[in-house]
Ligand binder design. Sequence first.
Ligand SMILES: Cc1ncc(COP(=O)(O)O)c(C=O)c1O
Length: 400
Amino acid sequence: MDIKILKEAALKFGTPIYLYDLKIIENQFDKLNKELSVLENYKIHFAAKSLSNISILKFIKNMGAGLDAVSIEEVMIGLKCGFNKDEILYTPNGVSFKEIKEVFKLGVKINLDSIESIKDFVNEFGNQSITVRINPGIYAGGNDNVSVGHSESKFGIPEERIDELLDMEKKGKIMITGLHIHTGSDITKNNQFKEGIKKIFSIARDFKNIESIDLGGGIKIPYYKNDTSTNLNDYVKEISKELKKFELEFKKKLKLIFEPGKFLVSDCGFFITKVNYIKSTKTKDFLQLDSGFNHLLRPTLYGSHHEIINLSNPLGKKKEYDVVGYICEKDTFAEKRKISDTSKGDLLCFKNAGAYGFNMSNNYNSRLKPAEVCIHNNKILKIRETQSLNDLLLGQIDIF
Ligand SMILES: Cc1ncc(COP(=O)(O)O)c(C=O)c1O
């Protein structure tokens, strides 16, 4: 990304600000499709939770993707953006049955992740075809917070309860037409992916009505030079191998679904902030930014790494800094980070801020959420206003 454009966006629209380069999303989508093209029948469903600005969703829809939604709100936003009902897959976890009912009535595809919710579903709607999320009992992912497919995790139907599901199907209560797994995010160890692929194809053997397998998201992209990443070629080879075995044995074709979030939109995002002060102590120099974990939560939540560039002095001599926010709790973005010599007022840019960046932002300390802009056809276009104090007060009731 051209530093000049990042600076121009910050000067034109102010800081802090999220900027997305749509060309990068398109390139990632093409890259993934190229790898997946050996599989005959597949669909990419973008994980809306990672970035759900309506302009981004529309752009991704126009590239040909479907949507992976976790809440009725994401479903509604998806419909508003023009995704067809059958292009949205709703995978809730622990939501009320009222919500599941509402989504089903909208005609959107339902992917349930507990025997308990399936029982409610059967009681209400009788024998329908649905897909289900399985917990494969595999530890995968970059850290504990994003590892969701192991036996201690709340996600998916635990392996030991799959028999209950098969029994319900045998008794004609429900028809399971698809299985889904998502073991975690930032999966670097290809053997973890492979384990999951083998497991889900093996479980699929018992489901006689199966038409699709959804392999979730989790593809790891590099966050810095020489960082690890998922070997996509290996990943697809393993899927292809298991798919061929299955199709040969059961004489039927399966559709595959993929739900990338980070792979599509992490790289495209840049979060630009300004240095309010440089506070020096005996041991360190703190760069105090006009932002905090209210805008970019990932480093505080699970220690995610974001490369930081000083846009105002990109070629300056490197010095070591602690980069911190203005929130009234510890909100360290980076410790002992080498950044070009920085002065008060400089613009600092966080890379890989597209996925789970703005979407995890909040109003803690009554701070306003930042604007979002995108680069499209060489133009910087605003796609979300900075919140105003009125936005913050909206819906509050003054009883005095
Ligand atoms: C069910 C499901 N699918 C897909 C994703 C996207 O994962 P990633 O952004 O790692 O590709 C997630 C992330 O939490 C998820 O929970």
